[in-house]
Design a protein around this ligand. Structure first.
Ligand SMILES: C[S@@+](CC[C@H](N)C(=O)[O-])C[C@H]1O[C@@H](n2cnc3c(N)ncnc32)[C@H](O)[C@@H]1O
Length: 281
């Protein structure tokens, strides 16, 4: 074993002792980041190139700073995004939401589908849809100026139209014209603050995490916004916590102008997002 791989093994143990959920992956990612190689190429780094800064970044991860804040990048579907303090780190669960959204737009057979991402954060959802749905017109809104610093970097050169503002009042100019509304809003109940992992609780912005006592304040508001934006037959997709699968579809009721409300699991088979179709008149 070369020196670097021995250091990685020691770092893995330190991270495991600190309660980091994926210690080996993170120890390898940190080493790969410092050496500018992929994780699978670590064995090619010569011993002489071992970098003493490794233990500095391991100590940061040991203190539960998110891996993505240390490396400055997050992977989401086919994207590599820039992230750091002030913006929510995109999560793998949300990739399933985007997958469902892509299938739904394809099934519509619209030539230039109009898509709105409410609460875009780093821009992960909007950018993935712009990349994976050819000829889509994608709009995104974010309220936090701190998050927007990162959104703008990620969206530079993309065709997503970004606006700053409150999602609930967003895009009045698109009312009744949108084919798909997608959102991963804040949804953690305030009552669950103490159970949130330190990486999220201490490093993701509070505005990205919490939304009232039961976590559903913003989703209730987004139901009206989605109804306003969508054309009849258009669909909404909203991510939620794995404990909210029995509640969120019930926000999209027939009385409020919705059809086909349903809930869907993520790749870990946990309830993760609700969908509904705006009823035809
Ligand atoms: C859970 S994060 C999701 C970010 C991104 N969509 C993703 O999936 O990675 C929620 C985002 O909603 C933003 N936000 C919260 N309240 C908002 C509001 N009323 N209007 C617009 N954005 C809002 C937060 O700043 C944060 O960026």
């Amino acid at each position: 074993m070369n020196l670097l791989l021995m250091e990685v093994a020691q770092a893995t143990q330190r991270l495991a002792d600190a309660g980091v959920p994926s210690p080996r992956t993170d120890a390898e990612e940190l080493a790969a980041h410092l050496h500018g190689v992929k994780r699978g190429e670590l064995h090619t780094v010569p011993d002489a190139e071992f970098d003493a800064r490794y233990w500095e970044v391991v100590a940061r991860r040991e203190a539960r700073e998110p891996l993505q804040h240390i490396t400055g990048r997050a992977y989401f579907r086919y994207l590599e995004l820039q992230v750091g303090p002030g913006v929510f780190v995109p999560r793998p669960e949300t990739e399933s939401v985007v997958g469902w959204a892509i299938d739904a737009v394809r099934a519509m057979d619209v030539v230039e589908p109009c898509i709105v991402d409410l609460c875009t954060g780093s821009g992960a959802i909007a950018l993935a849809l712009a990349q994976e749905v050819p000829r889509s017109r994608v709009y995104a809104v974010e309220l936090s100026e701190d998050a927007l610093v990162w959104t703008r970097k990620n969206m530079e050169g993309s065709r997503v139209e970004l606006r700053q503002g409150d999602a609930l009042a967003a895009f009045p100019d698109l009312d009744g014209q949108v084919d798909l509304v997608v959102s991963n809003p804040p949804y953690i109940p305030l009552t669950e603050w103490e159970y949130v992992a330190p990486e999220a609780r201490d490093h993701d912005p509070q505005m990205a995490l919490f939304s009232g006592e039961d976590g559903l304040d913003l989703i209730r508001g987004l139901e009206r916004t989605a109804h306003r934006l969508l054309r009849p037959g258009g669909v909404v997709v909203v991510e939620h916590a794995d404990t909210q699968g029995g509640q969120v579809p019930w926000i999209f009721t027939e009385e409020r102008g919705w059809a086909d409300a349903a809930d869907h699991p993520d790749l870990n088979n946990r309830p993760r997002f609700a969908t509904a179709r705006k009823a035809l008149p």
